[in-house]
Design a protein around this ligand. Sequence first.
Ligand SMILES: Cc1cc2nc3c(=O)[nH]c(=O)nc-3n(C[C@H](O)[C@H](O)[C@H](O)COP(=O)(O)OP(=O)(O)OC[C@H]3O[C@@H](n4cnc5c(N)ncnc54)[C@H](O)[C@@H]3O)c2cc1C
Length: 381
Amino acid sequence: MKAKVVIAGGGIAGMTAAAALARAGSDVTLLESAPQFGEIGAGVTLSPNAMLGLDHIGVCEAVAAAGVEPTRQRIQHWQDGRTLVAMDRTGQRETYGAPYVTVHRADLHAILTGAARDAGVDLRCASPVVSSRGAAAILADGSVVEGDVLVGADGVKSVIRERFETTPPHFTGHVAWRTLVPVSEDLRDLSDFPGIIIGPGAMITRYNIRDFAFMNLVFFARQEGWTDDGWTTPVNPAELRQVYAGWCPDAQRLIEAACREPMFKWALNARQPLDSWIVEDKVTLIGDAAHAMTPFLGHGAACGIEDAVVLARALAQSESVSEALRRYQAARHERATFIQMESNANADRMQGQQTDFFGLEDMKDEESLGLFTYDCRTVPV
Ligand SMILES: Cc1cc2nc3c(=O)[nH]c(=O)nc-3n(C[C@H](O)[C@H](O)[C@H](O)COP(=O)(O)OP(=O)(O)OC[C@H]3O[C@@H](n4cnc5c(N)ncnc54)[C@H](O)[C@@H]3O)c2cc1C
């Protein structure tokens, strides 16, 4: 069926859903609170399963061209930098039908916004949703946008989720410092072999974006009791140096490069799984609004893209909105919850006390867990 769809939130999940739903013939209005459409100045990893979702809306190759396809990645020991595990990323297209891509979020988002616009979505920025009633979104200026179905894609602090539970997001005990650094000659070897340096209670991720001109760096650490939102939180370089004191020379070079750039500190907040993603047979959630997770499998955005495509397919194949939402939930809830739980477990695996033993047996990561083989374009709905 085709329906009048109102989407709250124009991030990666909401924009993908808007494009997918409109391409399937629905009449879509997307309401975004920010004054302009856009994304933060950081990178994102898109595994092949995410790229298959982008293929569904016709932008896989555009995103691949805007990003970088790594041929290899590695996990290094925090003390001496030795390689514990090396991942061969060649052949991703042949194996999974889509590339593995690392890309600047703003570049990805601009492509998604173009796809939604081309599909005829009514895109409205500066439109904060303050509450909802039935399938109608109520905006800060008091205006009401009515739909047959309301989709909450409004992130970890979702207003639409208040229809499902009143519990706020929780602080996970993890913080992250994020920045982009130019790839100068002295960082070239680290850019040539990107990956993660792991140690007890902390890790450092690096990957290339924008034609290898920049590396996206994220420094993760466990810290109790800090719940500020981040992004605008000023970073004290001394704190970063202290957290990673004693780490290997590769880590120190990344820290010094990061300290030369604007850097922001984030509290990582997440959600507990909900039993149901449906309210009143006409309201549902996608992306972080449904299942905000820790980023330790690099799959939050991927899950949001998968949700978006499956929701659009479910609606297209159903006779009613309530049937579509039931089919969407049946197809997506178990996988998203599994990834939420495994993301937490991966922090424990990667940031355990015994770094020496990492990867010696039963290595579990996003690829070995089988996450890459999921095809949201064809999975039964
Ligand atoms: C450090 C870090 C690294 C990560 N790395 C990866 C990775 O490599 N790969 C991966 O797949 N995932 C990764 N993730 C997770 C990923 O960033 C998120 O899962 C994803 O961005 C969520 O997208 P979303 O559209 O659901 O939510 P959001 O990105 O939060 O978008 C929500 C949108 O809704 C808008 N909004 C909010 N409230 C309202 C309102 N009331 N009314 C209207 N609009 C509203 C917001 O302005 C925003 O535009 C990472 C996360 C972190 C923290």
